[in-house]
Design a protein around this ligand. Structure first.
Ligand code: MG
Length: 372
C-alpha cells in the first residue's frame, strides 16, 4: 500500500457553552480546525484532525498546521501508510519539530492501518481494557457561583469529573474551587487547572489557601517544571502536568523529579497517536496516571481520543474528554457520542467513524493524484 494523495481541509468549530475562558485573559468562542484525508493507492482513506486551542495556548496555531502540512504532505506520498515508522521518518526528514502538524497525518495513517487490517485502533494500540469510561468537562473561568452553576448543570447530565479553569487572582481561585467543591460530592473528581497562568507567588498563596481534599487535583500551576516543583513544596495536592510534557525526555525529567501524579496527554501536542501511545505506556509503567484528550477538536479528534482511552488501563486513566461534546459542528454525525458522562470507543476498523467529506467543503490544498 502507498499513499497516493493527501487532502487538507479546514472547518470552524464553535464552543457550545458561549466563551471558553482560561488564565491570562485567553478566551475562545470559535476555532479553525484542520482535517487531513490520506488516500492510499487502493482507494482506501484515513482521516486525522488537529485543532490548536487558539494561537496563544501552545506554540501551535491553525495556519501554522496548514503551512507545515504543505511541507509534510508531499514527503509522505509513495510511503506505505500502514508502516508508521516510515511515515514518521519521512515527516521528520521533511520538517523538524512541529509535532502538532504531524499529528493529523499520523492519525490518518493509523485509521488506514486499522481499515486495511480490520482492527479498531484501540486493538492496535495494545488492546482494549474497557468499553466505557468516565468523561470530564472543562469549566470556563468565571465568577465562583457561575462556575458552580455550570457544574450543577453538567452533573445533571451525568458528568462527575470537572476541570476548573483557574490561574487568576489566587484568593478568587480559592473561592472558585471551594464553590465548585460545595456543588459536588464524593462521587466527583475536581481538577483545578491554572494552565501555567500563576506566578510562583500567586501559586504559593493559592495552594496554601486550598485545604487538601481527597478528590481535588491541581493541574499545571505555573509555566515551567522548575516553578511547578517549587509549588509542590507548599502543598500535598496531587499534581497533573500538561503543557510542559511534550515528549519522552520532558516526561522522564518530570517523573525523575517527582513532579506529578498524572499527566494530561494531548494527542496533537505530542505528535499523534504513535507518540501518545509511547508516552501513555511510559506513564503507566511509572505509576503515573493520564488524562487522555487533545488541544481541541471535533469528531475525528474525539475518535482518536476514544481509542487511546480504551487501550489505557482503567486504574491509570484519570479522565478523558470527548471534545466533540464541547462544540456545535460535527463532521461524522457526532460520533463517537458520549452518554450520561461516559465515553465508549467504536468497534469498527480504524477510527471507526464515517466522515462526511461533503461537510468539509473543498480542500484548502491537495497533493498527489486520485488512485486510478
Ligand atoms: Mg490542562
Amino acid at each position: 500500500m502507498k499513499i497516493a494523495r493527501v487532502d487538507v481541509f479546514a472547518y470552524d468549530l464553535h464552543y457550545l457553552h458561549g466563551t471558553y475562558v482560561m488564565s491570562g485573559g485567553r478566551t475562545v468562542a470559535g476555532l479553525s480546525s484542520t482535517v487531513v484525508r490520506v488516500t492510499a493507492d487502493d482507494g482506501l482513506t484515513g482521516w486525522g484532525e488537529v485543532c490548536p486551542l487558539g494561537p496563544a495556548y501552545l506554540p501551535a496555531f491553525a495556519e501554522g498546521a496548514r503551512t507545515a502540512l504543505r511541507e509534510l504532505a508531499p514527503a509522505v506520498l509513495g510511503v506505505d501508510p500502514t508502516n508508521l515508522a516510515l511515515v514518521h521518518r519521512a515527516m521528520d526528514a521533511a520538517l523538524s519539530g512541529h509535532a502538532y502538524a504531524k499529528s493529523p497525518l499520523d492519525v490518518a495513517c493509523w485509521d488506514l492501518l486499522g481499515r486495511s487490517t480490520g482492527y479498531p485502533i484501540a486493538t492496535l494500540l495494545g488492546g482494549r481494557h474497557h468499553s466505557r469510561y468516565p468523561l470530564y468537562i472543562a469549566v470556563p473561568m468565571g465568577a465562583p457561583e457561575e462556575m458552580a452553576d455550570y457544574v450543577r448543570a453538567r452533573r445533571a447530565e451525568g458528568l462527575h469529573r470537572f476541570q476548573l479553569k483557574i490561574g487568576g487572582d489566587p484568593l478568587a481561585d480559592r473561592d472558585r474551587v471551594e464553590r465548585v467543591l460545595a456543588a459536588t460530592d464524593h462521587t466527583d473528581v475536581v481538577i483545578a487547572d491554572a494552565n501555567g497562568g500563576w506566578t510562583l507567588g500567586d501559586a504559593a498563596v493559592a495552594v496554601r489557601a486550598l485545604a487538601p481534599r481527597p478528590r481535588l487535583y491541581l493541574e499545571q500551576p505555573c509555566a515551567s517544571l522548575e516553578e511547578c516543583l517549587q509549588v509542590r513544596r507548599f502543598t500535598t495536592l496531587p499534581m497533573v502536568l500538561d503543557e510542559i510534557i511534550t515528549d519522552v525526555p520532558s516526561l522522564l525529567r518530570a517523573a525523575g523529579a517527582g513532579a506529578m501524579e498524572a499527566v494530561n496527554l494531548k494527542i496533537a501536542r505530542v505528535g499523534g497517536l504513535t507518540r501518545a501511545k509511547l508516552l501513555r505506556d511510559l506513564a503507566q509503567a511509572l505509576g503515573i496516571a493520564v488524562t487522555v484528550e487533545d488541544m481541541w477538536g471535533g469528531d475525528i479528534v474525539t475518535a482518536a481520543i476514544s481509542h487511546l482511552a480504551a487501550s489505557t488501563r482503567p486504574e491509570s486513566l484519570l479522565t478523558t474528554s470527548f471534545m466533540n461534546d464541547w462544540v456545535r459542528e460535527h463532521v461524522a454525525g457526532h460520533a463517537p457520542r458520549s452518554s450520561a458522562g461516559f465515553g465508549a470507543t467504536p468497534d469498527a476498523p480504524g477510527l471507526g467513524i464515517e466522515v462526511d467529506a461533503g461537510a468539509l467543503g473543498a480542500p484548502v490544498f491537495s497533493v498527489g493524484d486520485e488512485p486510478a
